[in-house]
Design a protein. Structure first.
Length: 176
């Protein structure tokens, strides 16, 4: 675990997968501000076809890479691996993934607390074409940061409190 990283609590991680499901077979998962990658690793173990881990901090990225190597037995992710590592700012990575026409079924973001980054993450995710029509977006943030009920085509579906954190879950508006 990188120093200074606040990992998603086990109870919060379990709750996330109780909500989105434990069978992610056939789904694409994006973890922004990945830190140790605990949530994305859970997605991999739940059968997600592809998991993208985005982490800007170089030391955090190296530890995440080591964690993935230990679990998968692969020293680096190949082009067709079930996971991809992106060492970049989360907002830049979202734009890059949109340019590459990547789409995700589940997006999880857990930005650092105390900087108002959760709203910015939600706005960035919504602004770029990276979401499948039935995508779920999960933002873990501190309770003090009030998230919008609607952000573009994303509707706040539910919120859960875990310690000093809130998990806000958004679904894409259905235009049918």
């Amino acid at each position: 675990m990188p120093a200074g990283i606040r990992p998603t609590q086990n109870i919060a991680r379990k709750a996330i997968f109780d909500i989105v499901g434990h069978d992610l077979e056939g789904l694409a998962f994006l973890e922004l501000f990945a830190g140790s990658g605990a949530v994305g690793l859970e997605a991999l173990s739940s059968g997600a076809d592809e998991v993208y881990f985005v982490e800007k901090d170089q030391r955090g990225f190296e530890i995440l890479s080591e964690n993935l190597s230990l679990i998968t037995g692969e020293s680096t992710a190949s082009e067709d691996a079930a996971y991809q590592l992106v060492n970049a700012d989360a907002y830049v990575a979202v734009k890059m993934l949109a340019r590459r026409e990547k789409k995700f079924d589940i997006v999880f973001a857990d930005p650092p607390y105390g900087r108002g980054l959760a709203k910015k993450a939600l706005k960035t995710i919504e602004a770029y074409d990276i979401l499948h029509p039935k995508c779920t977006v999960i933002i873990q943030h501190e309770k003090a940061e009030i998230m919008p009920k609607i952000e573009g085509r994303l509707n706040l579906f539910m919120q859960r409190k875990y310690g000093r954190s809130l998990i806000s879950i958004y679904n894409v508006k259905n235009n049918e």
